[in-house]
Design a protein around this ligand. Structure first.
Ligand SMILES: Cc1cc2nc3c(=O)[nH]c(=O)nc-3n(C[C@H](O)[C@H](O)[C@H](O)COP(=O)(O)OP(=O)(O)OC[C@H]3O[C@@H](n4cnc5c(N)ncnc54)[C@H](O)[C@@H]3O)c2cc1C
Length: 289
């Protein structure tokens, strides 16, 4: 089944994300976390893609396991910046052979030291979207950035390029993490005005430790609102309390989004089934509405 068909149903959908292990040694542990997350019956589980090596190979393996063994829809991420066009085509062929119907098409971050674009590579995600379209009847998702992508100085340019990406054949979008819902509402308004009509899943990251917050900020360049910072200031040194507070903050963000008409939510569950389970428990009645 294609994710877009599910997103178009008139009900609330919650999806989760897992990331593959860096080495084969960690594979079983990730599978265990994935199995527990699947038992929460999310609408789908996405599997991130690392730049080359073991993690990229494992994305297809885990996405196939989710679909075939756990009976849950899976979304395989695919990035193109660190691979040649031919390597990317091989990954697409492998996903097709495994019966994976849903791909999140991404450029990926530019590898350090690389002058981009270089050699025989796709330059932007929209080119990858076009390539995937040529190889089969996939449902294709892509990324978007409510606070603007870090490489782009002007939001207006970012939205113009996003429109080009969507027009190349994107079925739905998932946002970068954000911690202030007003930023998301403003972004939605601007992209709808720009003629982007596909479903947009807000990406919610439950922050459960101070170190995770630091990593998230480095990764996404996101702005943390004062309300979140005071919570971190008060509970950051108490791991159990910070875990509770982070889950409550993410839950609160989700409830506000759902109350304001958002139907589909993606949770960056980061291989943490306990966090995913707690959020689902907090939403148990709400997602029935
Ligand atoms: C939901 C989500 C999931 C992700 N999953 C992964 C993952 O699994 N693995 C991973 O390595 N990374 C992942 N990332 C990170 C992502 O790869 C990086 O943010 C990357 O820098 C941009 O990827 P993109 O697909 O958004 O690129 P693009 O859409 O190609 O955009 C990249 C930049 O180029 C600009 N641009 C686009 N088109 C043009 C054009 N025609 N002319 C000039 N400029 C243009 C854009 O405005 C933007 O600044 C994810 C991000 C998100 C939000």
């Amino acid at each position: 089944m294609k994710i877009i068909d599910r997103l178009n149903e008139d009900k609330i959908h919650i999806s989760f994300e897992v990331f593959p292990p860096k080495t084969d040694a960690g594979f079983e542990k990730v599978l265990e976390a994935t199995d527990q997350i699947a038992s929460l019956k999310p609408s789908y589980i996405s599997v991130t893609y690392g730049a080359g090596g073991g993690t990229s190979k494992n994305t297809a393996r885990i996405a196939s396991h989710i679909k075939e063994d756990l009976g849950v829809l899976s979304l395989a991420h695919l990035t193109c910046a660190s691979s040649t066009k031919e390597e990317v085509r091989q990954v697409i062929a492998n996903l097709k052979q495994l019966g994976i119907e849903n791909i999140l098409a991404l450029r990926g971050d530019i590898p350090e030291g690389m002058v981009f674009p270089t050699g025989d590579r796709f330059r932007y995600a929209w080119e990858l979207v076009e390539e995937i379209r040529m190889h089969g009847d996939f449902c294709i998702g892509a990324a978007c950035y409510p606070e603007g992508h870090v490489e782009n100085e002007h939001k207006a340019d970012d939205i113009r390029y996003l429109k080009q990406k969507v027009d190349s054949g994107v079925d739905f979008l998932t946002t970068q993490m954000f911690f202030d819902n007003d930023i998301h509402y403003n972004f939605l308004y601007r992209i709808r005005e720009a003629g982007i009509t596909v479903p947009v899943l807000p990406g919610i990251m439950p922050i459960t430790s101070a170190s995770q917050m630091k990593r998230s900020q480095e990764l996404s360049g996101t702005v943390f609102p004062r309300r979140f910072l005071s919570l971190l200031d008060r509970f950051g040194n108490y791991p159990d309390a910070m875990m509770q507070a982070g889950i409550a903050y993410a839950t609160d963000q989700i409830i506000d989004l759902l109350a304001n008409g958002v139907k589909n939510i993606h949770i960056y569950s980061m291989n943490k089934p306990d966090v995913a389970a707690k959020i689902m428990e907090n939403l148990s009645e709400i997602i029935q509405c």
